[in-house]
Design a protein around this ligand. Sequence first.
Ligand code: NDP
Length: 463
Amino acid sequence: MSETNFDYDLFVIGAGSGGVRAARMSASHGAKVAVAEEYRVGGTCVIRGCVPKKLFVYASQFHEEFEDAAGFGWTVPKATFDWTVLRDNKDKEIDRLNQIYIRNLNNSGVEIIDSRAVLKDAHTVHLVGEGRDVTADKILIATGATANVDESLKGREHAITSNEAFHLDELPKKVIVAGGGYISVEFAGIFNGLGIETTLLYRGEEILRGFDDDLRVTLHEEMEKKSIRVITGSVFTEIEKSGDGYKAHLSNGEVLDTGLVMFAIGRDPNTKGLGLETVGIKTGRKGEIIVDQYSQTNIENIYAVGDVTDRANLTPIAIREGAAFAETVFNNNPQAVDHSIIPTAVFSQPEIGTVGLTEEQARAEYSEIDIYKSKFRAMKHTLSGRNEQTMMKIIVDTATDKVVGCHIIGPHSGEMIQAIGIAVTMGATKAQFDMTVAVHPTAAEELVTMKEKWVAPELKAAD
Ligand code: NDP
């Protein structure tokens, strides 16, 4: 029973990463909590994002593993791949995780309501699926984001987003993935590894805008080595149905035959039709809910966490924001999430791990920086014969010797950056990196053995 006159102390809209964490932690502090979910408990990350994506990445890497085995003496018979086995096994695993999320909410005493929820006033939520209203002292909006499509594009209805990519009836022979961000490079790697002729189409000059330039260039090169065609500076002008597939008309004049077109052109905060205007909640240009450092909106009792606020659109950040909300509001312990240093991975092939400032950002922020850079072929590929480069880069503020950025592209860099993230978050200096004993033989040892500052070739030539 709520201690207020409301039905609940807290009503959470959206049972994804942020909403579930906030709901469970608030309940553990004694709040009476309900969470409404219109699709499946677990949210984008668990149901149709990070988790199934990573399973697909694993599946797509076997292709190269089988090839690489030859240099180590293994004869692997011609491998065949069955998409339906992967898809259905993935679905089983997602069902299992979905059940765990439901069980955890139940065990925490959180009521789950399978319905879309819309704000009616600052304390009232309308449950669309059940045709009734409920009231709450505090409301938390954690509705995430939805995949964008280019609605103005002729033939747009022929394209899918990552939502549908997880459930395809069969795999096409050819695919075009539009966009140059996280999802686009990850799915291009997945499709290519599963044996599909893959094209990535990006409107800008170089993929992965916002990442360190060395990562961007290296990934582009490595994707091309793996036979992914990367077209930059171009967009679709029309997608036309043609036989069993499509003709994709590009702004560079090319017309490509393809069996599938997938948009990965960003995600917008999921705020449409949520009743924000009715209540007067302030939103930004993309529809994101504007919140303060404690995730509080301009309406005193309404909060928002995760992608719907468009701060840093990553699962671990939504989880942190959800936990900080519960501490602040239900445990009398105000906590603001620090968004300044965020280690993150891109599960492209090769994988990217990155933390801190890019070289460009560091040059803008500090008067002088030192760069340490190493590009090499991983030990495994001496025998496999694969011509894949690993690149590691450390950016140091010269004045303080502090490592302000670290960028890695190569196998397992997501795993590496988690550990490096601790050091960078702690404010480690380059001297402390150098003091750390190398783990041999690993690729990661390069991170503590880079002694020489990197000098741009044009500066070297001027010496
Ligand atoms: P991103 O914001 O990463 O990238 C969007 C891409 O689409 C950019 O290359 C952008 O180009 C391009 N684009 C945007 N609008 C158009 C348009 N109208 N026509 C053509 N191209 C366009 O979005 P994603 O969809 O890849 O991913 C969504 C979010 O999901 C990310 O922000 C990320 O936080 C999260 N995510 C995280 C993952 C991880 O942690 N590993 C994995 C997957 C997703 P431009 O650069 O020119 O703006």
